[in-house]
Design a protein around this ligand. Sequence first.
Ligand SMILES: Nc1ncnc2c1ncn2[C@@H]1O[C@H](COP(=O)(O)OP(=O)(O)OP(=O)(O)O)[C@@H](O)[C@H]1O
Ligand SMILES: [Mg+2]
Length: 258
Amino acid sequence: MSDLIRLEGINKYFGPQHALKDITCRVEKGEFVSILGPSGCGKTTLLRVLMGLEAPSSGKVYHRGEDITRQPPDKRGFSIVFQDYALFPHMTLYDNVAYGLKLKKMPAPEIRERVMNSLNTLKLGKSIDKYPSQLSGGMQQRAAIARSLVLGSDLMLLDEPFSALDAMVKVDLSGELKELQRQFGITMVMVTHDQEEAFMLSDRVFLMRQGAMVADATPRDLYRNASGDPFIHTFIVDQIDKRAKYILALNGTGGGVS
Ligand SMILES: Nc1ncnc2c1ncn2[C@@H]1O[C@H](COP(=O)(O)OP(=O)(O)OP(=O)(O)O)[C@@H](O)[C@H]1O
Ligand SMILES: [Mg+2]
């Protein structure tokens, strides 16, 4: 069985609010999966259940077939990238990336090699002595990804990793993330409310609405088979078509937009 992660019948209540409704899904090794949906639909809550930061009210989380529902985040060993980078401001880039390995008490030469590999991969090799405040937003998010990458974990969880970045940086960095995922075979689960981002990067999309998972499909199938479902049609097809028309209009050469 190649499932890296399996969620079975996950429910989460915050008081009376039913934030996750009977979520069952799986993530295969090496896949890029997006959790996509409008604001408040439960994306972050689902990711936090995966991370171990939130205990489900019912249901089970499995990692490589082992029940980890009650396991704390540090025992799971997943690497995590947040929207706001979460770098230590008083540490250089090098020390930020080395931090997790030092905690693991890895020998210094090995730390150096892994940190430099990771920073070079993210094109930050020349900035190792800089502090986060001396870096652009894009570089800070690169550093946060390098810090995750260096841990060598089998699952990287990302919560809206590009939403604080401007459009051009976003496109560059999302391309690099996909490249990393291919190159290192890392399994990635990314939360996003951005249809294009999800469609560009994902092998599979988990589409959520009001706490429920309403689709689990490849981007292509999601787009093609949306006609039977008004929510999917409005949230996916209308949004993407609107954007396509906008882009074609910008092109300005009369590409038959109607
Ligand atoms: N700790 C909490 N206590 C109470 N309610 C919560 C808590 N965390 C989340 N919720 C509620 O659960 C629902 C899902 O929230 P969640 O943050 O998972 O949504 P989201 O899809 O990530 O939204 P966004 O796109 O705005 O980040 C929301 O209605 C939210 O108000
Ligand atoms: Mg969220």
